[in-house]
Design a protein around this ligand. Structure first.
Ligand code: HSE
Length: 296
């Protein structure tokens, strides 16, 4: 029996649409064992998945077995311990995919390299920004070229923590991608290249004062703001309470404020403000996870 823990992830991080992502210390656990009977999947709350062939973790396990031309019959899968909220921009789908691929690889005796597991994951998810940090940990920047994903782990010198603000409403990634334009002006492209490059360099040098500019973006957030009530007011308050930068996590609905590890007042202040709004917001203070998916 294989037990895998996979971290939540936050994609885009401002300017890095479909490119940057980081793993956070919030986890789903999945247990997988092969069986000679029909597959059974236990979901959160103990309910069984009666449409298991459409289950993303199952699909990812099967795809990995097929990639290795290994035979299989069925699997007992337990995914009842899941702390990553669904459809909130925290990589719950990526965690299902990586959990499945990682567990399948362990069951087959670790036949695959990290690069191979990542390329299977990208072929399922369509973009690398969640699956890469979910597998590898840390903050990752990725390029997809032909069928390969080339990635690099960002060396973060700054001592930061992440205030993860999760509302009670969901945003569908499908809808949030549909509202994006097909083309962008040269100015908008330069705007994002300059911010994205600044983000990597400032994090690498520990230049926290430059992070204020480095999380800005003109590729996706201006078009997606409408899905998140009060976003401008929330970001203004985050600045007032001392955050270095704020962004929509993935395609939303979660928002993240990046704060100094020594800022001890932010969490209480932002909670009090969010409690005055119509939607219910939960705030979790998280650190980056530098390990990625692992057996435990
Ligand atoms: N980069 C993706 C997006 C992440 O923003 O649409 C969500 O899956």
């Amino acid at each position: 029996m294989i037990k895998v823990r996979v971290p939540a992830t936050s994609a885009n991080m401002g300017a890095g649409f479909d490119t940057f992502g980081m793993a956070l210390k919030l986890y789903n656990e999945i247990t997988v064992e092969e069986c000679s009977t029909e597959t059974q999947i236990k979901l959160v709350g103990g309910k069984l998945d009666n449409n298991y062939s459409k289950n993303l973790t199952y699909e990812s396990i099967v795809k990995t077995f097929e990639y290795c031309t290994e035979k299989y019959k069925g699997f007992n899968i337990d995914m009842s311990k899941a702390d990553i909220p669904m459809s909130r921009g925290l990589g719950s789908s990526a965690a299902c995919i990586i959990g499945g691929i990682f567990a399948a690889n362990e069951l087959m005796g670790k036949k695959l390299s990290v690069d191979e597991m990542l390329s299977i994951a990208v072929s399922i998810e369509g973009h690398p920004d969640n699956v890469a940090p979910a597998l590898i940990g840390g903050m990752i920047t990725s390029i997809v070229k032909d069928n390969a994903t080339i990635y690099s782990k960002v060396n973060i010198k700054s001592n930061l923590k992440y205030e993860v603000m999760i509302p009670d409403f969901k945003v569908s990634t499908y809808d949030a991608r549909k509202v994006l334009p097909n083309t962008y002006s040269r100015n908008d492209v330069i705007y994002n290249i300059s911010r994205g490059a600044m983000l990597i360099s400032a994090l690498n040098n520990g230049e926290n004062e430059k992070l204020r500019y480095a999380f800005e973006d003109k590729i996706h957030q201006p078009y997606r703001k409408k899905f998140i009530a009060n976003i401008d007011e929330i970001f203004n308050k985050c600045r007032e309470f001392g955050s270095y930068g704020e962004f929509i996590s993935g395609s939303g609905s979660t928002l993240i404020a990046v704060v100094d590890a020594n800022n001890f007042s932010f969490n209480t202040e932002i909670r009090e403000f969010l409690n005055t709004l119509a939607s219910n917001w939960k705030v979790i203070e998280l650190e980056i996870d530098n390990v990625g998916a692992h057996e435990f």
